[in-house]
Design a protein around this ligand. Structure first.
Ligand SMILES: Nc1ncnc2c1ncn2[C@@H]1O[C@H](COP(=O)(O)OP(=O)(O)O)[C@@H](O)[C@H]1O
Ligand SMILES: Cc1ncc(COP(=O)(O)OP(=O)(O)O)c(N)n1
Length: 279
């Protein structure tokens, strides 16, 4: 039996809804062996981030060396990275071990407003990590920071995807969760065409960790050898189920339900539609 292996390089969320914990749950649900490199430990629950402790660079490097010299991943993702120093160390090790199939979730701010990335580290992501990136998955506020332009419409979302793709990533997904239309549209751009993934918007507070879970699901599917667009489509179905069947735990922004996709897969109740738009 072939075992597909995926690695997440991200922060720990003690509340279990986002970060390393969301990623490993998602890998497991999609039948992929999960591994982790922890960049920071956050004290976090559904009410917010109450503390952040960054890992020493040597520890981040040692974790990557331990995986690079033995348990080589078929695909990997990054989430909360924190600082320029950590990003530089990660980019150097990813290059050294020739780890391909990299998904970058450019995590900047938590839902509660707490910063999870230093301001000066945004350029480091673009300069050091993007050259190795297969798919980058900014949400709307992150895409606004990356492009320096505000996004108020689907056309703006497409323009942002186009511009970010020109920075060097192979494929860009500008996620639509932060809009307020009745449908959520994620815009995928691969350098030659747009693919719009549209589904129902669910009105719930329980969306903590949606971006982490979505990018982890893409990574899991890539690890199994799926094409980029199919991996993104499955991830969109996975996160839709996780939001629709969310868990109602905690008193703030609660987590999504990482086992919902497994339980509802056969019911074919996904609302996600795929539309290709040629340039
Ligand atoms: N309320 C919602 N209803 C349906 N899908 C959502 C909702 N919020 C987010 N999503 C989906 O979850 C994924 C993460 O999106 P988003 O919330 O924009 O990212 P982030 O968690 O990084 O802020 C995307 O695929 C998006 O379409
Ligand atoms: C440790 C950690 N990593 C990432 C995030 C942000 O997660 P995201 O999926 O963008 O979801 P929300 O912050 O919007 O809930 C985090 N909070 N903690």
């Amino acid at each position: 039996m072939t075992i597909s292996k995926a690695l997440t390089i991200a922060g720990s969320d003690s509340g279990g809804g986002a970060g390393i914990q969301a990623d490993l749950k998602t890998f497991q649900e999609l039948n992929v062996y999960g591994m982790s490199v922890i960049t920071a430990v956050t004290a976090q629950n559904t009410k917010g981030v109450h503390g952040v402790h960054s890992m020493p660079i040597q520890s981040v490097r040692a974790q990557l060396d331990a995986i690079g010299t033995d348990l080589f991943p078929n695909a990997l993702k990054t989430g909360m990275l924190g600082s320029s120093d950590i990003i530089e160390a990660i980019a150097e090790r990813i290059d050294f071990y020739n780890m391909t199939q990299l998904v970058v979730d450019p995590v900047m701010v938590a839902k509660g407003g707490q910063k999870l990335l230093d301001d000066n580290a945004i350029n480091t992501i673009l300069e050091k990590l993007l050259p190795f990136t297969k798919i980058i998955t900014p949400n709307i506020p992150e895409a606004e920071v990356l492009t320096g332009r505000s996004i108020n419409s689907l056309e703006d979302q497409k323009r942002a995807a186009h511009l970010i793709q020109s920075y060097g990533a192979e494929v860009v997904v500008v996620k639509g969760g932060h809009g307020n239309s009745s449908e959520v549209v994620d815009v995928v751009y691969d350098g030659s065409q747009y693919t719009l993934l549209t589904g129902n918007r669910y009105h719930t507070m329980n969306t903590h960790g949606t971006g982490c879970t979505f990018s982890a699901a893409i990574t899991a599917q890539l690890a199994k050898g799926e094409s980029i667009i199919d991996a993104i489509l499955v991830a969109k179905q996975f996160i839709e189920a996780a939001i629709r069947e969310n868990l109602h735990i905690g008193s703030g922004h609660g987590p999504t339900n990482h086992w919902a996709f497994r339980e509802t897969e056969d019911a074919r109740i996904s609302t996600i539609k795929k539309q290709i738009v040629k340039l």
